[in-house]
Design a protein around this ligand. Structure first.
Ligand SMILES: NC(=O)c1ccc[n+]([C@@H]2O[C@H](COP(=O)([O-])OP(=O)(O)OC[C@H]3O[C@@H](n4cnc5c(N)ncnc54)[C@H](O)[C@@H]3O)[C@@H](O)[C@H]2O)c1
Ligand SMILES: O=P(O)(O)OC[C@H](O)CO
Length: 326
């Protein structure tokens, strides 16, 4: 029996709505908070979020635009884009009882500060307890109840295990961990690497190039993780390699789809959040600050910034000096 019988979700986008379905399936009392009252009213009336068309919301999910109501849950999941996390948590913080677990579900690194998601929560809500949920999981798959497994990490192992009990069900299997930083690095880096994978596909460079890119991208993710003390089993686990494999596999990933468009010379898909676009420059800065080489991520950042063409970036990657595989 979990301590966390009631769960609130802050952010009624695709992933927030899918996680509301997860918590409802696990038998929790669920409140889904939408910042815009009109959006909240539309979801409540239609019992469906336009971000996840064709997937009805369970009757047990309450929709609200009242943040104070959302703050009354035993645990809170924050499901807003990474660059909006600090603002969302700052509004929530004064309403939260001390010690409330606040679980970051975004994948990214904050611009300017280079902070990871749980660090942002710890700064913006110092009386709360930060945790992170990440792993290979498309909102649409999860909302439909297709089998999914993720990692849920907190510094306190008992807390992570209790949150797993609160959210787990026969179709959603979280594994608990205390390697918070390892989980955060995997989720942030894989989005940038998925853009690179999409570019390779968009440029029709072939399946061999895609496998090489994904593998060498993973080597970068591991190097960065090691520099931050992440555990090997986290980096090769669901939130690292697992999510990289999913996101580099095809255009169901919005990050891959963004890369695909870039590779084809088309505009980026409108209205689709590709977090890797925002993470790329900060990931590269962070890696440089630790002396970690991330040539693929660097190429993605430069392509997005318009400082290099795709063909020049590919040529530069292939012409790097030969070296030992590591
Ligand atoms: N969609 C997925 O399959 C998926 C899966 C795993 C993780 N994620 C991660 O979850 C995060 C959110 O992605 P998404 O797919 O839900 O994006 P989305 O664009 O569908 O939704 C984001 C929502 O956040 C809301 N929002 C923004 N700022 C807010 C604030 N200050 N307060 C309250 N709400 C706010 C927006 O109104 C929007 O409804 C991203 O970091 C993404 O990488 C997404
Ligand atoms: O559609 P993407 O690229 O944001 O990926 C969604 C999830 O992060 C996959 O685990």
């Amino acid at each position: 029996m979990t301590r966390f019988q009631t769960i609130s979700i802050i952010g009624a986008g695709a992933w927030g709505t899918a996680l509301a379905a997860v918590a409802a399936r696990a038998g929790r009392g669920v409140t889904l908070y939408a910042r815009d009252p009109d959006h909240a009213a539309r979801i409540a009336a239609a019992r469906e979020n336009p971000r996840l068309p064709g997937i009805p919301l369970a009757d047990s999910i309450s929709i609200t635009a009242d943040l104070a109501q959302a703050a009354r849950a035993a645990a809170v999941l924050i499901v807003v884009p990474a660059q909006h996390l600090r603002g969302a948590v700052m509004h929530l913080a004064p309403l939260l009882p001390d010690g409330t677990p606040v679980v970051a579900c975004a994948k990214g690194i904050e611009h300017g500060t280079h902070k990871f998601m749980t660090e942002v929560i710890a700064e913006a809500a110092p009386h709360a307890t930060a945790a992170i949920l990440s792993g290979p999981s498309f909102a649409d798959d999860v909302a439909r109840g297709l089998p999914t497994a993720v990692t849920l990490a907190a510094q306190d192992e008992a807390l992570a295990a209790d949150l797993v009990q609160a959210l787990g069900s026969p179709t959603f299997r979280p594994y608990h961990s205390t390697d918070v930083r390892g989980v955060e690095i995997g989720g942030a880096a894989k989005n940038v690497l998925a853009i690179a994978a999409g570019i390779v596909a968009g440029r029709k460079l072939g399946a061999s190039a895609l496998a090489a890119l994904t593998t060498r991208g993973f080597a970068e993710l591991v190097r960065l993780g090691r520099a931050f003390g992440a555990r090997g089993e986290t980096l090769t686990g669901l939130s690292g390699l697992g999510d990289l494999i999913l996101s580099c596999a095809g255009p169901q990933s919005r990050n891959f789809a963004a890369g695909l468009a870039l590779g084809r010379g088309e505009p980026l898909p409108a209205g689709k959040l590709a977090e890797g676009q925002y993470t790329a420059p900060v990931l590269v800065e962070l890696a440089a600050s630790r002396g970690v080489e991330m040539p693929v991520a660097q190429a993605v950042a430069a392509i997005l910034a318009g400082t290099v063409t795709i063909d020049a970036a590919i040529e530069a990657l292939m012409l790097r000096p030969f070296k030992a595989e590591e």
